[in-house]
Design a protein around this ligand. Structure first.
Ligand code: AP5
Ligand code: MG
Length: 188
């Protein structure tokens, strides 16, 4: 089973992905976390990635798809994966379909989690006090929101056309949101 979680920064993709994977036994790919790990490992190329994501801009599609391809080829990803934060562009959605097609699989469900931007900015500024993520400042947060609208929202139509899009409300307690997403995922 291959599942995509789509939603604005702060909507709860990471929070829900961890629990879904733990409870449903799905493997997980979270490209934001992978990029932050890559940056921590140092190197000149990685400084370019850091400059881009710290300011709230997207990393290049080819960088992302290489990370995804490498990770998908690892043990544990043969039959399932929950994608947190990828795809984020139509080009990534197409490339991911191609990767899955090669292994005779497809995205079974893409879950859009939505919430009002003001609530999300508030959540991210709260998180900034604790986690110190370099892109959790007001300027980068606004850029991330804007990029979601321009670059990521078009993938909703992409999955809608393929009949796999489901949408849930991301407001409410973590448990409530979990229940809504869980209802969209039919484990076979
Ligand atoms: P990424 O790490 O994916 O960040 P993001 O999409 O901006 O989302 P966040 O991780 O900030 O939020 P989330 O939805 O996971 O919410 P969370 O559960 O943490 O990507 C970072 C950057 O990497 C991107 O900007 C881009 O530059 C680059 N990148 C990544 N993937 C890429 C790709 N595919 N292509 C190109 N570039 C890419 O929750 C947020 C906060 O709210 C937490 O504190 C949480 O505890 C709290 N919270 C969660 N649920 C609730 C609730 N129900 N009620 C109240 N609070 C809640
Ligand atoms: Mg996250």
């Amino acid at each position: 089973m291959y599942v995509v979680l789509i939603g604005r920064p702060g909507v709860g993709k990471g929070t829900q992905a961890q629990r879904l994977c733990a409870e449903l036994g799905l493997a997980r790919i979270a490209t934001g976390e992978m990029l932050r790990e890559t940056i921590r490992s140092g190197g000149e190329d990685n400084q370019k990635i850091a400059a881009s994501i710290d300011g709230g801009n997207l990393a290049a599609d080819d960088v992302i798809m290489k990370l995804v391809k490498d990770r998908l080829s690892k043990p544990g990803f043969e039959n399932s994966c929950l994608f947190d934060g990828v795809p984020r562009t139509v080009a990534q959605a197409e490339a991911l379909d191609e990767l899955l097609w090669r292994r005779n699989a497809k995205i079974d469900v893409a879950v859009e989690i939505s919430a009002d931007t003001d609530e999300l900015v508030g959540r991210l500024l709260e998180r900034a006090k604790i986690e110190k993520r370099r892109d959790d400042n007001l300027e980068a947060i606004h850029r991330r929101m804007d990029i979601f609208t321009r670059r990521t929202e078009p993938i909703l139509e992409y999955y809608q056309e393929r009949g796999v899009l489901r949408s849930v409300d991301g407001l409410g307690t973590r448990d409530e949101v979990f229940g809504r997403i869980r209802n969209c995922i039919e484990v076979r």
